[in-house]
Design a protein around this ligand. Structure first.
Ligand code: AMP
Length: 201
């Protein structure tokens, strides 16, 4: 199963991805984490992108698309990826579909975590004290939320047409969200097995 976890910065995508990774033995592919690693390791790419990330803008599609291909093309991750923070716009969504097709895979569900700007502001200020992420400063965090809002609509329409979106209220307690997400994944897995058994019966 390949999953996209979708929501604004601070919606809890990272926390929920970790829960899914542990329970369903998937791999979390967080483009934000990969990019932050490049900055931490002071690579050539890291030097190039640090000011973009620290201002809350998006890194170029070309850069993130090439990071993604490394995972999608790797057999160890085949049909076991949870995409966290990708795709962020329609170009990336279409690129992901093409890549998955190339490697004989597809997206099974888009989990949309909905959270208000008020909640985001509160969560990000807590995270700022705990994790000290440079892009969690309040002005940058709001910029990241706005960047997200601007590119959201076309992506959601794109996946809605494919009937892939399942919305989860991200304002709830973590374990309630865990349970709702677990139920959605279990249901999809259940259908997968029914269809497989039917095919080979
Ligand atoms: P995140 O940890 O997902 O909130 O990402 C942190 C920052 O990394 C974003 O504000 C962007 O600057 C950059 N980034 C992460 N994922 C992407 C992506 N798919 N496309 C472009 N930039 C990204």
């Amino acid at each position: 199963m390949n999953i996209i976890i979708f929501g604004p910065p601070g919606a809890g995508k990272g926390t929920q991805s970790k829960f899914i990774v542990n329970k369903y033995k998937l791999y979390q592919l967080s483009t934000g984490d990969l990019l932050r690693n490049e900055i931490k390791n002071k690579t050539e790419l890291g030097e190039k992108i640090s000011s973009i990330i620290n201002s809350g803008e998006l890194v170029s599609d070309e850069i993130v698309n090439s990071l993604i291909e490394k995972f999608v093309s790797n057999d160890s991750y085949k049909n076991k990826i949870i995409f966290d923070g990708y795709p962020r716009n329609l170009i990336q969504a279409k690129n992901l579909d093409n890549l998955l097709k190339k490697y004989n895979q597809k997206i099974d569900v888009v989990l949309k975590l909905s959270v208000s700007l008020e909640t985001i502001k509160k969560r990000i200020s807590t995270r700022q004290t705990q994790e000290k992420r440079a892009d969690d400063k309040s002005e940058v965090a709001i910029k990241r939320y706005e960047t997200f809002e601007q590119s959201t609509k076309p992506i959601l329409e794109y996946y809605d047409k494919q009937n892939l979106i399942k919305e989860v209220n991200g304002e709830q307690k973590i374990d309630v969200i865990n349970k709702e997400i677990g139920d959605i994944i279990d249901l999809i897995e259940g259908w997968f097995w029914i269809i497989t058994l039917y095919k080979y019966a």
